[in-house]
Design a protein around this ligand. Structure first.
Ligand code: BTN
Length: 257
């Protein structure tokens, strides 16, 4: 993976400074410790202690994924509105998949990227002092035996070898992310005024589906997902009415088939 080649494909090369390492612990952790400026991107071919959401880990064989993190310093977005950053990157990835020919991707609340119902990418947003660090792990050329779980997929498995140019993919993601970030910061982080909540809801296949929420302690709630509120919480409805769950309240979200 050549960071200069990614830079050459960007619509706005000045917006991002792209760095690359062969191996590290976690690109999110590295950038969180770095005090790097807004727009720094770190790509790794392999992570030894890759972090996933809810304290889980993230593993991908060397060179088979696109794993990167970005530093954002956006003072226009108040701290209590920054929780949407993972969803905004997720939306950028869905749009970038479309651009590289992997059409039909969508989002599972809060920010998994699915292709045909299978997880192809995960996103982790974290706060580091006044910076936001957001990272994505995308399964690019993993074979079926290399997938971390049965309900996962890769760009290769979901459609073939025409979509495996990681440099073009990262450039498309950063282009899309830059456009969405401008809208978001232009609206001072207001997810509705920026139009981003509405775009997110359009791309989120969780909405309208029957879900099984696995909650802390093993409790479960079966309901229909009906909305994602301005606070990012999933709103579900059952015979007893509506209730909201924040991402931190939910251990797993599964389809209820
Ligand atoms: C998830 O649990 O779905 C989120 C996975 C996020 C993984 C990416 S890989 C690049 C970045 N660095 C990390 O340690 N994690 C994120």
């Amino acid at each position: 993976m050549d960071p200069l080649a990614v830079g050459a494909l960007l619509s706005d090369p000045a917006a991002w400074s792209i760095t690359h390492v062969t191996r590290t612990g976690s690109t999110n952790a590295d950038l969180a410790a770095s005090r790097a400026p807004h727009g720094r991107v770190l790509i790794a071919e392999e992570q030894m202690t890759g972090r996933g959401r809810s304290g889980r880990d993230w593993f991908c064989p060397e060179g088979a994924g696109l794993m990167f993190s970005v530093v954002l310093r956006i003072p226009q977005i108040p701290a209590d509105r920054r929780g949407w950053v993972g969803a905004v990157l997720g939306l950028a990835i869905v749009r970038a998949f479309d651009r590289i020919g992997a059409a039909g991707a969508d989002l599972k609340w809060p920010n998994d990227v699915l292709i045909s119902g299978r997880k192809c990418a995960g996103i982790l947003g974290e706060v580091a002092d006044d910076a936001l660090i957001v990272g994505a792990g995308i399964n690019v050329s993993l074979q079926a035996t290399e997938l971390p779980r049965q309900d996962a997929t890769s760009l290769l498995l979901s459609g073939g070898s025409d979509r495996l140019d990681r440099e073009a993919l990262l450039a498309a993601i950063l282009d899309e992310f830059g456009v969405l970030l401008n809208r978001w910061s232009g609206a001072k982080g207001d997810i509705d005024r920026s139009g981003l909540r509405s775009d997110y809801l359009t791309s989120c296949s969780t909405i309208g589906s029957r879900v099984r929420l696995i909650l802390p302690g093993g409790r479960q709630h079966l309901a229909t997902a009906v909305d994602v509120g301005p606070d990012g919480a999933l709103v579900v409805e059952d015979a007893e009415g509506r209730r909201s769950y924040s991402a931190a309240d939910v251990v797993h979200l599964r389809p209820d088939r």
